[in-house]
Design a protein around this ligand. Structure first.
Ligand code: GLC
Length: 468
């Protein structure tokens, strides 16, 4: 066995479950470091101490007080608190600053950050604090995630700082683009043109990773590259696609305390109790022969809610029940909310976050729908498969890497509502063949979606980077 990695690694990100979560980014930051720790990496996470984060007093202690950086033309102070990732001994460093981290994570309704000067200020400040922290506490690698921490690799390279940087792209659709005046004011820099945080990170980072092998290929093309494909191509030899895992302890139908009835792949019949529960509770209509399709997602364009909306009336003609949980763009929230009244017994949408209901859907639904336009990895399909809930998904990004058509789920090619309907139709005909259906369910439940293999790949990267 190889010796433990001696170097200290700092994860820098805007989200970390369960403390601050909007999407899958949070799940990764909340779970990958634990898997890395298990295989010998000395890893910590740094996160803004957003006003809305609630941690019991006894779970945090002050690590450093009255530290400062030069920012927005002045010396600005902050404190570091230390806690731990949930159920682990992975240090979580929380940056406290009333001025910069009040309230929620993102300050725009759809988390797109577009044009929000406040958000630029917030994440520029956080990134500079992460650099300072790495210096004080002797980290050798900062592992940055998405545009929010994009100026870290840039500044590290420009100023010849002594730690290495990795950029992991979780979503190329968000790049953090700001007027040069904004950046220059906060950073004291001299940008002539707009600054694009993801673009500059792509130049500065020593290594670039993204969250599935297929997405790593897709982002080299104009269709998925969001204008950065040429830039990424130049870094192709430093680009790796590493598939995300899930915390298999947190998502296990055998041990899930949120669900009505626990079960395993050997007692699949028990899953029906969860379906009954879902039907009774949310549809007020129990009929086990009617398949339930579940959706749990940010209500964003990326996730294909336009396709669900456009096929909605046709979907409602089918003998199914549909349940949607999530929040995001107002246009989708309003649309689905309004359908609640129109289709009682057939459709139910809950706008918001609800951990309880999320687990109940994973356990109680028959199918899980993810019609994304693009999907760097996708975690919902992995969780659904673990619960014997069969994914129906578009064949893109990580969905294509993790779902096998008609073996563990159903895939469709084009982002069109007719294709979506055909895939659902296909799945319904399989649903009626109980034996085959069970086989698909069992096959999915048996897959290894743990972090183990992927954590090993990250560890290799850290090792290579710090080899002298
Ligand atoms: C983003 C991506 C999603 C990925 C997640 C975690 O939310 O859209 O596909 O699974 O990040 O990497």
């Amino acid at each position: 066995m190889k010796s433990a990695l001696k170097n200290k690694i700092l994860f820098a990100a805007s989200e970390c479950a369960p403390f601050a979560k909007v999407g899958g980014l949070a799940d990764v930051i909340g779970s990958l470091p634990k898997a890395l720790k298990k295989i010998g990496a000395d890893v910590s996470v740094i996160l803004p101490f957003y006003g809305k984060i609630k941690i019991e007093k006894e779970k945090t202690k002050v690590l450093k007080e009255k530290l400062s950086i030069f920012f927005d033309g002045e010396k600005r102070f902050f404190n570091l608190h230390q806690s731990f990732l949930e159920n682990s001994n992975v240090p979580l460093i929380l940056v406290e600053s009333e001025k910069y981290f009040e309230g929620d994570i993102y300050l725009t309704e759809d988390a797109s950050s577009e044009g929000s000067e406040k958000e630029a200020e917030r994440f520029f400040f956080f990134s500079k604090v992460a650099i300072k922290t790495a210096e004080i506490l002797n980290f050798s690698i900062i592992h940055c995630h998405d545009w929010h921490t994009g100026i870290i690799p840039f500044l590290a390279k420009k100023n010849n700082l002594k730690f290495k940087t990795i950029l992991t792209i979780h979503n190329l659709g968000y790049q953090g683009i700001y007027d040069s005046k904004i950046a220059n004011r906060f950073l004291g820099s001299e940008f002539q043109n707009d600054i694009n945080c993801l673009r500059i990170a792509l130049s500065g980072a020593d290594i670039i990773t993204t969250v599935s092998p297929n997405y790593a290929k897709e982002i080299l093309t104009p269709e998925f590259g969001f204008g950065l494909e040429e830039k990424i191509k130049k870094r192709k030899k430093d680009l790796f696609g590493i598939i995300n895992g899930i915390d298999e302890e947190q998502f296990s139908p055998k041990e899930d305390s949120y669900i009505a009835q626990k079960y395993s792949e050997k007692e699949l019949d028990l899953k029906k109790e969860n379906k009954k529960f879902l039907q009774k509770e949310y549809f007020k209509k129990v009929d086990l022969s009617v398949p339930i399709i579940g959706v749990i997602s940010r209500l964003a364009e990326q996730k294909g809610f336009d396709l669900i909306r456009d096929s909605f009336e046709r979907l409602m003609k089918k003998n199914i029940q549909l349940i949607i949980l999530g929040k995001g763009m107002k246009e989708f929230e309003d649309f689905f909310q309004s359908k609640n009244k129109e289709y009682p017994g057939k459709f139910f949408a809950k706008i918001g976050f609800d951990e309880n209901l999320a687990h109940q859907i994973y356990a109680g639904a028959d199918m899980f729908l993810i019609p994304s336009h693009f999907e760097p990895c996708g975690l919902g399909q992995l969780i659904a498969m673990k619960y014997g809930t069969i994914p129906i998904a578009r064949a893109v990004g990580g969905l294509k890497d993790t779902i096998e058509h008609k073996k563990t789920g159903f895939l469709f090619e084009k982002p069109e509502s007719q294709e979506l309907l055909n895939a659902i139709k296909d799945s319904l005909s399989f649903y009626r063949k109980e034996k085959i259906w069970k086989k698909i369910q069992t096959e999915g439940m048996k897959q290894d979606f743990s972090w183990q293999n992927s954590a090993q790949k990250y560890l290799e990267i850290y090792r290579d980077l710090t080899r002298v």
